[in-house]
Design a binder for this molecule. Structure first.
Ligand code: ZN
Ligand code: ZN
Length: 518
């Protein structure tokens, strides 16, 4: 099942959040969970196949959940795109919705049910099983919100479960209903001190999520008191795999992904030495990616790393089969991960390649940094920062992919942007900055040393090349990749030149756990 959040807001008009609407793609068709007045147009802006929408689920009668139903039907009645459609549209909702739809229909003789295709209306009792889409087992639960309001639980043939609470107050029975969900899509209207019992605040949503342990938690139905709050990096949320708090209209928000393997490995115990690897994987995919995962487990040099920073990691690009490489690697390695990409230089371009951090420990305060200075064609680069708890102290880790084709001074400012972000966490915060800093020229190497040294960083690596390419049969060695440390010590390090998956070589070092006696 695939879910697209069309509206993470409420009935109050908001510049970045539309009212409720969730597009669900399952094996047997397309469904819409709630249809606010914004939802019909949001389907079009997301380029979704609204023409062939098979089913609509209405959770309750508040207009931020059903206000788009009549306008949508008014549109499909006449739209050229739907004139050839023959597949029926099925609409499901609580007892009473048919009466409401008929009242609107008759108020001005709209003939909303006279469509080019059949429309089938079905009212659903609380607790009754039905199929929203063929083969998609669906069951509802009466929520403490309005008299008719229903949560829904959907299970596909593969066993994946989506629970959508819609608007609800907290109830122990809701916890039972949502248990075992693969994805929990829950309302989280307020941050704290909620003014009504018929909605959730963060503590309620967390209680629900902690008990249900979904692989993916999505918080939605957010009032404007959430504006400016970086919920995606809130430490509360990182007990779960992927947590997405979608700003539904802001595409940039989608260029940061946080997740974890369905099964995470046992992390090295605090006090154990911890291996860190940096590697520009040059968008390896498919078999190469699984091979890389095997090396990261078993290779004498890079094997057994607890923290990895990778660059050129594709998520949705044709050249790598549109595979989510970070998610695949994380699953193979049993790790937590975060991934980020720069914005595409033009809106109609495909997604850019990204950077990723993988960790045996949960990641908090995950931040995507778009680096200053555009490269050729207006291309941007990003860095990704995350905080990892190692033993008794937190360590801030950055995976950086700097631009190649800009002057050295601009490259240094890209590194500076990362160090500026680190400044938010205090001058004593132990830190690892790693990645492909694209230091092509000897001058850039020298200045990079100066810059990091001025910020109390050191590196166990000298100027040995990390990159190899033959151009016109002339071998070129370059020092492009780095691992820099602050308030951390390494016990050993190396560059693994036996691994030839990419034109870069992976770098590794072993950290002495901070706070432990050396
Ligand atoms: Zn409501
Ligand atoms: Zn609502």
């Amino acid at each position: 099942m695939k879910l697209v959040v069309l509206g993470s807001g409420t009935s109050f008009p908001h510049p970045h959040r539309a009212a409720a609407g969730y597009w669900l793609e399952a094996e047997s068709g397309r469904a819409l969970l709630d249809i606010s007045a914004d939802a019909p147009h949001r389907m079009a802006t997301e380029d979704l196949d609204w023409v062939n929408l098979n089913a609509i689920w209405l959770s309750h009668f508040h207009l931020d959940h059903i206000g788009g139903l009549a306008p949508f039907l008014f549109g499909t009645r006449a739209a050229p795109q739907t004139q050839q459609r023959i597949e029926p549209l099925r609409i499901f909702g609580p007892a009473g919705f048919i009466k409401i739809l008929q009242a609107i229909d008759q108020a001005n003789h709209y003939r909303l049910l006279e469509q080019p295709f059949p429309v089938k209306l079905k009212e659903v009792e609380p607790g009754k099983e039905f199929e929203l889409l063929p083969g998609l087992k669906s069951v509802t639960f009466s929520t403490p919100h309005t008299r008719e309001s229903l949560a829904i639980r959907l299970k596909d043939k593969s066993g994946s479960v989506l629970v959508y609470t819609s608007d609800t107050g907290f109830a122990d029975e809701l916890v039972e209903f949502a248990k075992g969900a693969t994805m929990l899509l829950t309302e989280c209207s307020f941050r704290k001190n909620k003014p009504v019992k018929t909605h959730l605040e963060l503590a309620d949503a967390m209680q629900l999520a902690n008990k249900c342990e979904p692989q993916i938690l999505v918080l939605s139905h957010l009032y404007s008191e959430w504006d400016g709050i970086d919920l995606a990096s809130d430490s509360h949320l990182h007990n779960f795999g992927e947590t997405s708090v979608t700003s539904d209209i802001d595409r940039e928000a989608r260029l940061l992904e946080i997740g974890r393997a369905p099964k995470t490995q046992a992390a090295p115990l605090p006090g154990a030495n911890i291996k860190v690897v940096s590697y520009n994987i040059r968008w390896r995919s498919g078999d190469d990616l699984h091979k890389l995962a095997r090396l990261l487990k078993d290779d004498p040099e890079i094997g057994g790393a607890a923290i990895l920073g990778l660059q050129e990691v594709d998520r949705n690009k044709k050249r790598s089969g549109n595979q989510n490489s970070a998610q695949i690697l994380a699953a193979d390695l049993g790790m937590y991960y975060a991934w980020a990409a720069p914005p595409a230089p033009k809106a109609d371009r495909e997604e850019e390649t990204g950077v990723a951090i993988f960790s045996a420990y949960p990641l908090t305060n995950v931040r995507r940094l778009v680096l200053p200075h555009k490269g050729p064609g207006g291309r941007r680069r990003v860095a990704l920062g995350a905080t990892i708890k190692l033993g008794r102290s937190d360590v801030r880790v950055y995976s950086v992919h700097s631009e190649t084709r800009i002057p050295v001074a601009c490259k240094l400012e890209q590194i500076k942007a990362v160090i500026n972000d680190l400044a938010h966490y205090g001058k004593d915060m132990p830190a690892v900055v790693l990645g492909d800093l694209n230091t092509w020229k000897p001058e850039a190497v020298a200045k990079t040393f100066e810059l990091f040294a001025a910020e109390s960083f050191h590196t166990p690596f000298d100027e040995q090349p990390t990159f190899f390419r033959r151009e016109l049969f002339i071998p070129i060695d370059l020092k492009l990749d780095w691992i820099w440390l602050r308030n951390l010590e390494s016990t050993s390090n190396g560059i693994d030149r036996t691994i030839k998956l990419s034109d870069h070589f992976p770098l590794w070092l072993v950290l002495r756990t901070p706070g432990e006696p050396g």
